[in-house]
Design a protein. Structure first.
Length: 262
């Protein structure tokens, strides 16, 4: 017997908008105060807010819906933290070893390493238990990529500060560019791949579909890194975002209609 799941309260459905607007306002406030007081102690706050605002809003959007979250919020936060740390550390070590051993690091190798590193925690979850909600994979993938993108952006922001000798305009440009593009890059690629990982684990899709999703993410990642063409970047962003939105829509549709009655 099944029963219709009640609609989610509007704050849960629109939490991603509140997070996005609140983060932007907080970023502007911290930036203005730091410039007005010439106090560098505000820089860590600026770096954190600028790095986490857009990815966290994307995570809230991916995990929410009219009928309730498609995955437990607490679990997604944990995946974001652990996935971000594990992913960045793994990618950093592997990229360093590859660069040292081969004297160069082609963009395809970067894509293979980083797209694989972001899947470590989602894959570990599947080894620990068989999730009842096969559609939750997209939210788990977005969570892992959220942590990865946030930490990576913070690193790039700090490096920009050092390279520009304290020029906040350079840091602001780095945070703005990487923050705005994260949903169309890391988050989209891992969200789609993790969704296919969940579907394969639950017997819904064959392994070839999972492999295809992973290789597509690697190629899109490599194309993004290898070119400065605005046209190519726009094309990658459109394709990646469209694929992520399709999987989010499918996840919400699969989990929104009915649920087992108590």
């Amino acid at each position: 017997m099944t029963t219709t799941i009640p609609s989610n309260p509007w704050p849960s459905r629109w939490g991603w908008v509140l997070a996005l607007v609140g983060g932007v306002l907080a970023y502007i406030a911290v930036l203005e105060v730091m410039l007005a007081t010439d106090n560098p102690n505000f820089f860590p706050s600026l770096l954190l807010i600028g790095s986490v605002t857009v990815p966290s809003a994307a995570l809230l959007f991916a995990s929410g819906g009219r009928r309730g979250p498609i995955a437990p919020v607490g679990a997604l936060v944990l995946v974001a933290i652990v996935g971000g740390v594990v992913g960045t550390l793994t990618a950093g070590v592997l990229e360093y070893d590859t660069l040292r051993g081969l004297s160069f690091l082609p963009m395809l190798a970067v894509g293979l390493i980083e797209e694989g590193a972001k899947l470590i925690v989602p894959a570990a979850l599947l080894l620990l238990y068989r999730p009842a909600r096969g559609w939750a994979g997209v939210a788990v993938g977005v969570a892992s990529a959220t942590g990865f993108a946030t930490l990576e952006t913070m690193g790039y922001g700090f490096v920009s500060l050092l390279a520009s000798r304290g020029d906040l305009a350079a840091v602001d440009a780095t945070l703005l560019l990487r923050g705005l593009l994260s949903p169309a890059c890391h988050i989209a690629w891992t969200g789609v791949t993790a969704a296919m990982l969940w579907r394969w684990r639950n017997g819904v899709a064959p392994f070839t579909h999972l492999l295809g999703a992973y290789l597509a993410a690697v190629v899109l990642h490599a194309v993004w890194d290898a070119t400065a063409s605005v046209t190519l970047h726009l094309g990658v962003a459109v394709v990646s975002t469209a694929a992520l939105l399709w999987f989010i829509h499918a996840a919400r549709r699969a989990g929104s209609l009915t649920a087992p009655a108590a």
